[in-house]
Design a protein around this ligand. Structure first.
Ligand code: ADP
Length: 268
């Protein structure tokens, strides 16, 4: 258990006072309100909450796919990134360049609900794609792709196209692709929500293997069994706020707030 907002050289991800508001023509939504999180190497964070709680926004803000309005954020060796008025600045107070953003994002894998594979490329090419820009030799790329295919148990699908795969297999390819760049952390945004029930298990099983290997993971999930069994910490979000946070057996087994009790009841 970590103390939120505490400073430590071990922190892989540190969020302090992060806020994000979406301003529309007719309404304003405070999607994240004063979010503080401290994530260390090897942590598995399960993020749970009702639809609209701010879970996706939190994950998207972590790799700056969405720019938070205010607060500070650091991921890996990014240094402290300060958000002010919806703009991001580095530790020297300079506006973050696209190059620095790109370098930061390369250290973060992202898995989406809808896989986001390249439909016109084979499974092999989908995984090899990010490696082709690293200067890695062809033979090394091939070895790495097959190593990853073995990890997700899809070596025999190397030459097929995504349309020939089941949903569970597509998500396993997406995981292999995210792993190709050796990320420091992988963010999963509801990785099993779009899958038929019989395919959920195979994806969770791959994720469990990654957790056992010590990969740092943030997982937005509705799979309470997974959160209980695999997560080292569970975060319950509601209306843009972290309402409860701690050991899964405490958060899921002895909820303190009425909101979490209602949420868990709705999951049964
Ligand atoms: P969750 O992932 O928990 O379902 P989200 O992070 O997607 O929640 O959304 C949090 C709140 O922010 C919701 O009220 C949602 O409607 C709003 N929101 C999310 N993205 C946008 C956007 N791009 N523009 C306007 N409102 C948004």
């Amino acid at each position: 258990m970590h103390v939120e907002g505490s400073a430590s050289i071990l922190a892989l991800i540190e969020l302090n006072h992060l806020t994000k508001t979406f301003k529309g023509k007719t309404q304003t939504v405070d999607a994240l309100k004063d979010i503080n999180l401290h994530i260390e190497q090897g942590d598995i964070f399960g993020i749970i909450g009702m639809s609209g709680a701010g879970k996706s926004t939190l994950v998207r803000c972590l790799n700056l796919l969405e720019t938070p309005d205010d607060g500070t954020l650091s991921v890996g060796d990014s240094g402290v990134i300060t958000l002010r008025g919806g703009k991001a600045y580095d530790a020297q107070g300079r506006k973050l360049t696209e190059r620095k953003l790109g370098a930061m994002r390369r250290g973060i894998g992202m898995i989406f609900q809808h896989f986001n594979l390249l439909d016109r490329s084979t499974v092999f090419e989908n995984i090899a794609y990010p490696l082709r820009y690293t200067g890695m030799k062809k033979a090394d790329i091939e070895a790495r792709v097959f190593e990853l295919l073995d990890l997700v148990d899809l070596r025999d699908k190397a030459d097929v196209y995504p349309s020939q795969l089941s949903g569970g297999q597509k998500q396993r390819v997406a995981i292999a692709r995210a792993l190709a760049m050796d990320p420091e952390v992988i963010l999963f945004d509801e990785p099993t929500s779009a899958l038929d029930p019989e395919m959920v298990g195979e994806v969770l099983s791959v994720m469990q293997t990654l957790a056992q290997e010590g990969l740092t993971m943030l997982v937005v999930t509705h799979e309470m069994g997974f959160a209980r069994a695999v997560a080292s910490e569970v975060v319950f979000m509601d209306q843009g706020v972290i309402c409860e946070h701690g050991d899964p057996k405490d958060v899921l087994g002895a909820p303190k707030t009425e909101r979490l009790k209602a949420f868990l009841a709705s999951m049964l």
